[in-house]
Design a protein around this ligand. Structure first.
Ligand SMILES: [Zn+2]
Length: 317
């Protein structure tokens, strides 16, 4: 990972409290993340100005234009103090498996479950970098099914569960690299091939089972490694062990941290969070995850009012 040249980050909770004693300290931190080369007026390029509104607003000395460090970010127009947002980001990244909205509400002593849920949700949305590099090397691709109450559903014919496509880098002789996850409407070629081309760098080897939707993989610049299970194989034999491993970790996380209460319309955001954690699982510096999350948060546009409302689900985490 690249050298940190930004404002740095705290390493422990006591350090966190010392770094961010008030709203102005939080606003100044966001300002350095958002404008690493220093603030300049977007109208007249003037670099001198005054800070107001506990540091959230900057007023240009040249033309009196006002700019807000939170406008155009996930913190846009929030009435929740930045200190609370920062604490939520800290808890979210310092816990190995993250935490539920109820867990966050308790940890921070928040009066509102909805506030806790909304903060977690917006951070999840910020967890995907639009410019992230695609997977490369040997990549296993498979699908799994998440959620729903249809016990005993088998194979690809399920209707009540959400289908999730999985791509995972396989290291030889063993070990997993990065992952990509996406909800797909079905397991047709029209759904799975765009997932593959969006997730995997051309020139890579794409390993799949014999499912016909994958037959055109070689047409898109990949080497296709089809693994077929023969009749003689052990029934417990898994054709795609790496994807299978990721699927079981994902399900365990949804059941453990979130009690399986994730509704289908919010699943994408949870997949974001799971991939963000998985792809940084070897990082021993939790403060760095906090830093990365806030860095992405100031680059992620705010959700629209309508989206925000539809995202409010008081009884779901
Ligand atoms: Zn100006």
């Amino acid at each position: 990972m690249a050298e940190i040249e930004g404002p740095g980050y705290p390493g422990t909770w006591p350090q966190f409290l010392a770094w961010f004693p008030d709203e102005a300290a939080c606003a100044a931190y966001l300002e350095r993340l958002r404008w690493p080369a220093g603030i300049a007026c977007s109208a007249c390029s003037e670099r001198r100005g005054w800070r107001t509104g506990e540091g959230r607003w900057w007023m240009c000395a040249g033309c009196a234009r006002k700019m807000s460090v939170t406008a155009g970010t996930i913190f846009d127009k929030t009435r929740t103090p930045l200190q609370t947002w920062f604490a939520a980001a800290w808890w979210m990244t310092s816990q190995k498996h993250g935490l539920s909205a109820l867990g966050l509400q308790r940890a921070l002593g928040l009066g509102s479950y909805q506030t806790a849920w909304m903060m977690l949700h917006r951070f999840r949305v910020a967890m995907v970098r639009p410019d992230r590099a695609r997977l490369a090397g040997t990549v296993e691709v498979d699908e799994t099914y998440v959620g729903g109450n249809e016990e005993g559903a088998r194979g690809r014919q399920t209707e009540t569960k959400s289908r999730v496509a999985i791509a995972v880098e396989v290291h030889e002789p063993k070990g997993l690299g990065r992952i990509r996850l996406a909800r797909v409407p079905d397991v047709s070629k029209a759904s799975l091939i765009p997932f593959v081309t969006g997730a995997v760098e051309e020139g890579s080897t794409v390993r799949t089972d014999g499912w016909q939707a994958y037959w055109t993989v070689p047409d898109h610049g990949y080497t296709h490694d089809r693994i077929l299970i023969s009749h003689g194989d052990d029934p417990a034999h898994v054709a795609m062990p790496a994807a299978h491993r990721v699927a079981s970790l994902l399900k365990r996380w949804l059941l453990g941290t979130h009690q399986g209460s994730v509704s289908p319309q919010h699943l994408d955001a949870y997949l974001n969070e799971f991939a963000f954690r998985f792809n940084r699982r070897t990082s021993r510096r939790r403060g760095l995850l906090f830093y990365r999350l806030l860095q992405q948060a100031v680059l992620t546009p705010p959700m629209t009012y309508k989206k925000t409302i539809s995202a409010q689900r008081p009884n779901s985490s």
